[in-house]
Design a binder for this molecule. Sequence first.
Ligand SMILES: *Cc1c(COP(=O)(O)O)cnc(C)c1O
Length: 377
Amino acid sequence: MTRTRHFDTLAAHAGVAPDPASGALAPPLQLATTFEHAPDAATPLGYLYQRYGNPNQAQLEQVLASLDGGARGMFFATGMTAGTTLMQALEPGSELLIADDTYFGYRAVAGQWLARWGIRHTVVDMTDLDAVRAAVGPDTRLLWAETPSNPLLKVCDIAALADIAHGAGARLLVDGTFATPVLQQPLALGADIVLHSATKYLGGHGDVMGGVLVFAADDGLAAACHELRRQTGNTASPFAAWLVLRGLRTLPVRIERHCRNAAAVAEYLSSHPRVQAVHWPGLASHPGHAVAARQMHGGFGGMLSFEVAGGRDAALDVAGRLRLFTNATSLGSTESLVEHRASIEAPQKQSPPGLLRLSVGLEDPRDLVEDLAQALG
Ligand SMILES: *Cc1c(COP(=O)(O)O)cnc(C)c1O
């Protein structure tokens, strides 16, 4: 894998050279749980036990690191366990600053468990840099940002947050699940760690779960996360690694189409009298548009949310009338999904009652707009 190749080329080949044993171009799926070792347990080929490391995981991690421009990529069973492992790797006594619109699962873990692990956390609006500066304290070790965020599509300034974090001796993590490495390169902007739920766009077909951490430096924190995964077993199956690697091959072309379709949907919704607000960073009216235009490249993503006039009942009515958009959680697959977020979120976080989140898929945008038109009436 060479760094001198362009991004789309790296993705299309996904680090896969023909298999030396067979000449196969698609990578072999290696499901073995155990690998032969020497009598003294030396492992000449580097593998001992599937939970510690396995060929499909190693192949995927190399590609993930190269797509995000990091020193080390790590693949986990889910996005949640990738993030939770990082939280668990912090020293007791540390403080974590977490963005107010962070994915609700991380907010739930932070609220319920961090104190037991001796870690404090403070919720802060990461789009407000003065608020972040004011919140940073002597024990702050990690700033946890998500941009664009789920589900309000808030955009925070990665380079500015990296400066604040580094000035305080802390690291910056960016959850880049919505943007993917195609549209946004947080490490190049100064972030220390990128997180992705590979369940979403990286897998891309709604049939595999996975989580990713990519570290700018292969440092002690990366080593601690690796050790935690080895010991606690947050390891993904080799088949999950295989499927995510397969998804990466088409990631740039899928993202291009997701972005184009989302632009058509956002434009349509913006002009509808029953729609009070459209949250999509590609719109010039979005408060984060200028920052997004600076730090994202090639588009603004396939996720958006909008608020229906009339609140919860009106939003549920619209969601119920949609035919092409399926009511389902998750995002980033080929088919379009709609979800009333307030109905499924943990109590720590409440989206506006009239808010519907859309994962805009790869359908013809005319069909998507027509479906929204008949549902909104
Ligand atoms: C889904 C999601 C996660 C959690 O990932 P899982 O694979 O579901 O565990 C984290 N961050 C964001 C932004 C997400 O959308």
